[in-house]
Design a protein around this ligand. Structure first.
Ligand code: CO
Length: 342
């Protein structure tokens, strides 16, 4: 992996998404039916379709390196980690189908990254429902040029303390591959299927639960300290409610401690979060709760619930020293990516 050889510290955005263009008919290539497909509406507009249902309108920024680079330059971002869009994870599919779709998308993302020179750092997707297949696809991708992996925060009813998922995380640690955890597959229902409630309340709760499952499931007690793992959206609800989890751990230990060796707040040096929380007080909470070395610039570009310009809150947060701002915009991400310095 080469990061941009710019003078000074490159600004790195660890949370962006891509949707490559030009992928084949997945029903035909992967088997099964009801796969996502892209309805191209114009040169710069498309619709992700799932079967006959419109899932999400997207624009050229999802697939066009030049559009992304223009936005990055406008926002003062040197390097983007580019990750899959979770609708393509396919964890609910038979493993063989999920392997095929992962290969198709991972190879497409490498093409997109290559077109952007060294400004794009590609993260792959893996068939996480099958740990052996997930490890094999990670290995294939690392050899081909991916720098890390994005995973969904759960696989059906299995959280990140599931034995198979822990096996995969151990493998990531052994391979020195950074892991970006993104919420997805949020519960719906009449109360949640309005106002984007699944995104506004569901996503932060999902991320909260997956981080808590690693803590209370004893995962951080078992996996190597070399595991580098980052939770999206500022860690969801976790940082705000860490004190609540500590209190429950002490006072209802019979129900809450699980396999954890220490109170939840003892584990804050084992994971990172991104900065896409939209307000200086929320960013300050992350810095105060997790430590300034645990927060990295993330924007969720190019989607409408992301921050534009990327890093606006970090840049205007008056409680940060310039050294701390550099850590969040650059140094922490370089360490996460295994690239300690340029
Ligand atoms: Co995102």
């Amino acid at each position: 992996m080469a990061l941009r050889d710019a003078p000074g510290s490159p600004v790195v955005d660890v949370h962006t998404h891509v949707v490559p263009k030009g992928w084949p008919d997945l029903d035909a290539m992967c088997g099964g039916s009801g796969w996502p497909w892209l309805r191209v509406d114009s040169e710069r507009d498309a619709m992700i379709m799932v079967g006959e249902t419109e899932f999400r309108p997207i624009g050229a920024a999802c697939w066009d390196p030049a559009t992304r680079e223009a936005d990055m330059t406008a926002d003062g971002v040197d390097v983007q980690v580019i990750s899959p869009t979770p609708v393509f994870f396919s964890y609910e599919r038979p493993t063989g189908q999920a392997v095929k779709v992962a290969r198709i998308f991972n190879d497409k993302v490498l093409e997109l990254a290559a077109a952007g020179g060294d400004r794009f750092v590609p993260f792959c997707q893996v068939p996480l429902q099958d740990p052996d297949a997930a490890c094999a696809e990670l290995d294939r991708c690392l050899a081909a040029g991916h720098a890390g992996v994005e995973i969904g925060n759960h696989v059906g009813d299995r959280d990140l303390d599931d034995a198979g998922i822990v096996t995969f995380l151990q493998h990531c640690a052994a391979m020195e591959a950074p892991v970006f955890v993104h919420p997805w597959d949020m519960p719906g229902g009449p109360r949640l299927d309005r106002w984007m409630a699944r995104w506004l309340t569901g996503m932060p709760a999902e991320t909260h639960l997956s981080a808590l499952s690693m803590i209370l499931g004893g995962v951080f007690d078992r996996v190597s300290r070399s595991l580098r793992i980052c939770f999206a959206h500022g860690g969801g609800s976790l940082p705000f409610w860490l004190g609540r989890a500590d209190n429950a751990w002490h006072r209802r230990g019979d129900l809450v401690r699980g396999d954890s060796a220490a109170p939840p707040s003892s584990y804050v040096d084992r994971f990172s979060v991104d900065s896409v929380v939209f307000s200086p007080p929320a960013l300050r909470l992350l810095v105060d709760t997790l430590g300034v070395d645990r927060v990295m610039l993330g924007s969720d570009y190019p989607y409408p619930l992301g921050e534009r310009p990327a890093g606006a809150v970090v840049r205007r947060a008056d409680f940060l020293t310039e050294t701390q701002r550099d850590q969040i915009l650059s140094g922490n991400a370089l360490r996460f990516l295994g690239k300690p310095r340029i």
